[in-house]
Design a protein around this ligand. Structure first.
Ligand SMILES: Cc1ncc(COP(=O)(O)O)c(C=O)c1O
Length: 394
């Protein structure tokens, strides 16, 4: 049985009830939500409403209809960035961002439409809110920051950044791809205007699910226009939430699965889940730090982390370590740049990247021990090479 330690990519396994429910749901929830007044469609519609309500509970969102359901975090981030930014705008972001933020911004910048400031990070990979303040100008319309790095697991001080962004009248977009379900999030307390999150990572839901919270200060143009099942007489996309941003038939099956996983998470509580995952992270870090051939990147304090650890085995390319773990020990981890080349440049691990190990809710202490043993074995057995010179920026 594979030891799955790539929960930062997508969580596996899912809560047992989700598997039980999916087949039944396909049989019983045949109707399209919001597209008919008959009972089957209403029943599917109720599932979608409940997902919104459960998400609102989890993220401290006062108006559930302001949560727009999307395909994944990338979809939500594109919706936010392209919906907000106008020609001539200035955007502040960080060097740590995933390509789902970096690439949309890069393209707008390359087309000469916007200016982008990318804030650097100190050695431990945590953005200094003072540096965000320094980058803000009167033309800044958007500040986009991830809540935790998908490379090092470093939590970012979003609760300190949010009020600064508000002082300048810009909108604050938080990429919670790694934290929704794994760390507490309160959109009001952190002055977040836009929160993008996937359903398939720490929310433990099926692939093809995600969402975007759009706060009352944010005025977005729709990114996808089309049928909403209501207000069909209007020539333009309705302005009412969530219809303004939810065109087309929803992923009812995925959302029904997400409902199960959200109930599961709310039952245990995010604080409990975080404590459990941090204890696995501590075990992993201690195991690696005890061996001089293994280097761990990211924050030194456990409380500044989520359960995502980037490491290197001395003299061994990350891809060969991951291959060894997979083929020799049945352990699934992810090597390379993790779609965040800027974060690796900042770490000094570009272009080879790192070995990323991300335990999840269902990981056991025994699996972490097996992973640490396998890393030591890789250090012992793999041929040593001189790795390409690392490029370090900022
Ligand atoms: C920080 C971060 N942002 C965005 C994404 C994109 O998420 P999704 O795969 O749900 O589109 C990821 C995925 O790994 C991520 O780690």
């Amino acid at each position: 049985m594979t030891v799955y330690l790539d929960n930062a990519a997508t969580s596996f396994p899912k809560p047992p009830r989700l598997y039980e429910q999916l087949g039944r749901l396909l049989e019983e929830f045949g109707g399209c939500p919001g597209r008919g007044s008959y009972a089957m469609a209403q029943r599917s519609g109720a599932v979608v409403d409940e997902v919104r309500r459960l998400l609102a509970d989890l993220l401290h969102v006062p108006e559930p209809q302001r949560i727009v359901l999307t395909m994944n975090a990338t979809d939500a981030l594109n919706m936010a960035i392209k919906g907000v930014v106008r020609p001539g705008d200035h955007v502040v972001t960080t060097v740590l961002e995933h390509n789902s933020v970096a690439r949309p911004l890069n393209r707008l910048e390359h087309r000469g439409l916007i200016q982008v400031s990318r804030v650097a990070v100190p050695a431990e990979g945590i953005v200094d809110p003072g540096d965000i303040r320094k980058a803000l100008t009167s033309r800044t319309s958007l500040v986009a920051v991830l809540h935790a790095s998908n490379v090092t697991g470093a939590l970012q001080p979003i609760a300190q950044i949010g009020p600064i962004v508000r002082e300048y009248g810009a909108l604050f977009l938080v990429d919670a791809a790694q934290t929704a379900g794994a760390a507490p999030i309160d959109v009001e307390a952190a002055a977040i205007d836009l929160l993008a999150f996937p359903g398939h990572k720490a929310l433990l839901g099926p692939p093809g699910t995600g969402g975007l919270y759009i706060g009352p200060r944010a005025r977005l143009s729709p990114w996808r226009e089309g049928g909403t099942g209501v207000f069909s007489e209007l020539p333009l996309q309705p302005e009412e939430f969530p219809y303004a941003f939810e065109a087309g038939s929803p992923n009812t099956l995925g959302l029904a699965g997400l409902r199960e996983s959200l109930q599961f998470i709310l039952q245990f509580g995010v604080a409990w889940i975080r404590a459990h995952e941090l204890s696995l992270t501590r075990q992993l870090l201690e195991g690696c730090r005890a061996d001089g051939r293994l280097t761990v990147y990211g924050p030194s304090r456990l409380e500044d982390r989520i359960a995502v650890v980037s490491m290197a085995v001395q003299g061994c390319p990350a891809s060969e370590v991951a291959q060894f773990l997979d083929q020799e020990r049945g352990i699934a981890v992810r090597a390379g740049l993790h779609c965040a080349p800027g974060a690796h440049r900042a770490l000094g691990t570009f272009p080879d990247g790192t070995v990323r190990i991300s335990p999840g809710y269902f990981t056991s202490a025994d699996q972490i021990d097996r992973c640490v043993d396998a890393l030591r074995e890789a250090a012992e057995r793999l041929p040593k090479r001189s790795l390409r010179v690392c490029e370090m920026v900022g």
